[in-house]
Design a protein around this ligand. Structure first.
Ligand SMILES: [Mg+2]
Length: 430
């Protein structure tokens, strides 16, 4: 049996998450803003039709937004992350082989879907995701991952496709390749497209017709894999287990400039704690902690950027240890008088927990740390993120974040975190 892969993509994911909990927004233009309400990172179809550009600064397009009564939201990653997990859980019911590719996209092995045709199965999948999560998805199906990506592009373009496009027979594939600019092919991109144009290669069809030797010379073996995939020969496997990361970075720009060391310490402590929690989730330890600090020039002040990396005596994933070293690193970096814009914590030199080497003379009761961290993680898993935190992160009231924690992000238009916070549940008035 020939292989069939589906790429399932949530339509306008962030905007759709907002709409799922507020049906009044159906048919209305919606935009979602980046961290600190800076620029536009997601648009509903209605907002796209108004000509609101992606990436535009919210400040610049404010008149356009107001004129057209566009609904504006701060990004609500807690909600989007949880909704993403729900979509992926739903998809897992349809195939035992699933690769979560991004927050709103997954590849699915469709060879396992027996019985009805692939298109019927895909419609059933769309219907189920909509019923279980309230989110619309598009499904592109083809013999290879690269062609499935391409098929998905046509879901949005093709009138009457009803959000499902199957590219299986040779004529359909050739037609789709002919209609696709080479730069739009997954893995090719604009830079390569520019280079290829010099050789008269403008469409995906031109590229798939090029000789293997030409492709290998100009796009390396990686490009050759892409081209073979365009020809319908599967070269990219589903990666069902996400590869563990080589480093973890947690950083944010502040909602407003920060001057006090104490506030920077709180922010650094929060990011270090988040890094530690991520390490434990992927059962890893770190041997190096980096803290960085950035102050943008303001009026006549100088810009400042600096970072400090500390090598740890032993690999660890304990929040308490990371907090200690992150705070120490920060003291090397802090210069009074600057208006700080951003700070962050990076943990690197990761190794699996089981392989962490212990120092000869250890002053830390690691078994005790481990038990404490397990307790913290299980409480936070049950009662919500940051139910138990280190005091170093500061005590704050989220509803008053501007006054008490100036380093907290600006998110003036954030919707409720309906699915993860009991006190923010959706209320239905009868
Ligand atoms: Mg999407």
């Amino acid at each position: 049996m020939t292989s069939l892969v589906a790429l399932v993509d949530c339509n306008n994911f962030y905007a759709s998450c907002e709409r799922a909990f507020n049906p009044k927004l159906e048919g209305k233009p919606i935009v979602v803003l980046s961290n600190n309400d800076g620029c536009i990172i997601a648009r509903s179809e209605e907002a796209k039709a108004l000509g609101i550009p992606m990436g535009a600064s919210a400040f610049k397009v404010k008149p356009l937004l107001e004129e057209n009564n566009v609904q504006v939201f701060s990004s609500n990653y807690t909600l989007y992350g949880d909704m993403s997990a729900r979509v992926m859980q739903t998809l897992a019911h349809f195939s035992p082989h699933l690769e979560v590719y991004s927050i709103d996209e997954a590849f699915l092995d469709m060879s396992y879907l027996k019985g009805r045709s692939a298109c019927e199965q895909a419609q059933q999948l769309r219907h189920t995701v909509m019923q279980w999560t309230g989110l619309p998805v598009s499904v592109g199906i083809a013999p290879t991952k690269t062609l499935a990506k391409l098929a998905n592009r046509f879901c949005k373009k093709t009138a009457g496709a009803n959000h499902v496009v199957l590219l299986q027979n040779t004529a359909d594939i050739a037609e789709a390749l002919q209609q696709t600019e080479v730069g739009a092919v997954w893995g090719i991109g604009r830079q390569h497209a520019h280079k290829l144009a010099a050789f008269g290669i403008y469409t995906a069809k031109d590229l798939s017709d090029a000789s293997d030797a030409f492709v290998k010379k100009h796009l390396t073996v990686v490009g050759l894999r892409t081209v073979k995939e365009l020809r319908g020969e599967p070269c990219l496997q589903l990666e069902e287990v996400a590869a563990n990361k080589q480093h973890i970075c947690t950083s944010r720009s502040f909602g407003q400039p920060v001057i006090d060391l104490e506030l920077l310490q709180e922010a650094t402590a929060l990011y270090a704690s988040q890094c530690a929690a991520k390490l434990r989730r992927q059962q890893c330890c770190t041997s190096a902690v980096t803290v960085f600090l950035q102050a943008y020039p303001f009026k006549n002040e100088q810009a400042y950027y600096n970072s400090k990396t500390l090598q740890l005596p032993a690999a660890t994933s304990s929040t308490l240890e990371l907090l200690h070293y992150a705070k120490l690193a920060l003291t090397f970096l802090f210069r009074p008088g600057y208006r700080y814009k951003k700070c962050g914590v990076i943990v690197s030199e990761l190794c699996p927990e089981a392989q962490a080497q212990l120092p000869l003379l250890d002053t830390i009761d690691r078994a005790k740390h481990r038990r404490l961290m397990q307790a913290v993680d299980s409480i936070n898993a049950k009662w919500g993120k940051e139910t138990v935190t280190a005091a170093a992160q500061g005590v704050y009231d989220e509803n008053e974040n501007d006054r008490k924690n100036p380093w907290k992000m600006k998110s003036a238009y954030r919707s409720n975190r309906y699915t993860t916070h009991l006190e923010e549940l959706l209320c239905v008035q009868v």
